[in-house]
Write a protein that binds this ligand. Structure first.
Ligand code: 5AD
Length: 362
């Protein structure tokens, strides 16, 4: 009898904290405060009081995708499209990167031209002149371009799966198919990238089941980090009249992610401040988020870099340092890139060693 019972237990999962429960996502009041505190403590146990500070530079708002939730979608004709010049950004980053910044994230709409002509030379210059860690968030590119970015010196790739349901994914016209997206995430990890992903809370029509499915998908992928953004109805998108995501639910999702994966890098996204003006960002740090972003995009590019609304909430170094201090935390001196390199996943010798060996064979 005992043996029969034991054989019904899945031992491989016993040490893994599970996916969150609906109660977690719904929690409010005292239960919610406890949940967030548990998550913040889990982050402290792993990272101490350190928070990574990364600068984001938006290099192009051209986009060949047409996601219904995103203001940069190719169908948005109201947007002036711009590609930054590599020399201008190189100068900006070499001369004006704030002292607290250890990493840079180069971000764009899905624009292979910008990846090749702006990101590549910029990464080469940064690699040569600085010890900044380099992340890219440039969408799905072809393998040769991904490889070139990595050879130039980028080590972190951010590719969001956006939502875990394939049907919804296609309804929202997210890039390619969900299967292709997750395949690309696995491919990036297998070819040596540290991959971070993310999903959106509160997309129109999203059910609690849909939201929970994001956690199962995230934990099945070879990720080093994951973000949750509240849905912000974009002014010039088909979803302009939809409701904003719920900051409280987004925060609960962040706490749940932290408890599910204590060693992941989880950002406090600036959209939290749009969903909950004034306090969203600080509360993100209170759920165990351990990455903040300073926006260094030159103003002339920034005004047309439209994910949501024209009145974006821009995080400057001063604001960021203030929020970090208010949360009782300190900027990390170690870069995100160094952290990933020196902390293999789940105690493995090298991250995703098997997949890497497999990729090398094929
Ligand atoms: N609300 C929230 N997040 C959005 N993104 C794009 N549009 C929105 C929106 N309206 C996020 C997506 C995308 C990233 C660049 O911004 O996750 O991958």
């Amino acid at each position: 009898m005992l043996r029969w019972r034991l054989s019904g237990i899945n031992f491989s999962r016993m040490n893994e904290p599970g996916v969150p429960t609906p109660a977690m996502l719904r929690s409010r009041g005292r239960d919610q405060a406890k949940l967030h505190e548990r998550a913040a403590n889990a982050a402290r146990a792993k990272f101490g009081d350190r928070v990574f500070v990364r600068a984001v530079v938006e290099i192009s708002n051209f986009c060949r995708e047409d996601c219904r939730y995103c203001g940069m979608r190719r169908s948005n004709r109201a947007l002036t499209r711009l590609r930054a010049r590599a020399e201008q950004l190189t100068e900006l980053l070499l001369q004006h990167t704030p002292a607290s910044v250890t990493d840079v994230n180069l971000q764009a709409g899905e624009d292979p031209v910008a990846a090749r002509e702006v990101a590549l030379p910029l990464i080469r210059a940064l690699r040569k002149e600085t010890d900044l860690g380099i992340s890219v968030c440039l969408g799905t590119l072809d393998p040769a371009l991904f490889a070139a970015l990595k050879d130039a010196g980028a080590t972190v790739n951010i590719l969001k799966f956006e939502m875990a349901d394939a049907e919804n994914y296609s309804q929202f016209s997210a890039p390619g198919t969900l299967a292709e997206r997750t395949e690309t995430i696995r491919y990036l990890a297998a070819t040596g990238w540290h991959v971070s992903s993310g999903f959106i809370e509160g997309l129109p029509g999203q059910t609690e089941e849909d939201l929970l499915a994001n956690f199962s998908l995230a934990r099945s992928l070879p990720l080093r980090g994951c973000s949750v953004s509240p849905f912000i109805p974009g002014e010039e998108t088909p979803l302009a009249d939809a409701r904003t995501g719920e900051a409280e639910v987004t925060l609960n999702c962040m706490a749940a992610l932290r408890l599910m994966r204590p060693d992941w890098v989880i950002p406090a996204v600036s959209a939290l401040n749009l969903a909950q003006p004034g306090s969203g960002y600080a509360r993100g740090l209170g759920t165990g988020a351990n990455l903040v972003t300073i926006n260094l995009t030159p103003p002339e590019v920034r005004k047309d870099y439209l994910l949501y609304k024209r009145d974006r909430f821009i995080m400057t170094e001063e604001r960021i340092l203030d929020e970090i201090a208010r949360a009782g935390l300190t900027p990390s001196r170690q870069s995100l890139a160094e952290y990933y390199k020196s902390n293999p996943v789940n105690g493995a010798k090298a991250p995703h060693a098997e997949q890497r060996a497999e990729a090398a064979r094929t």
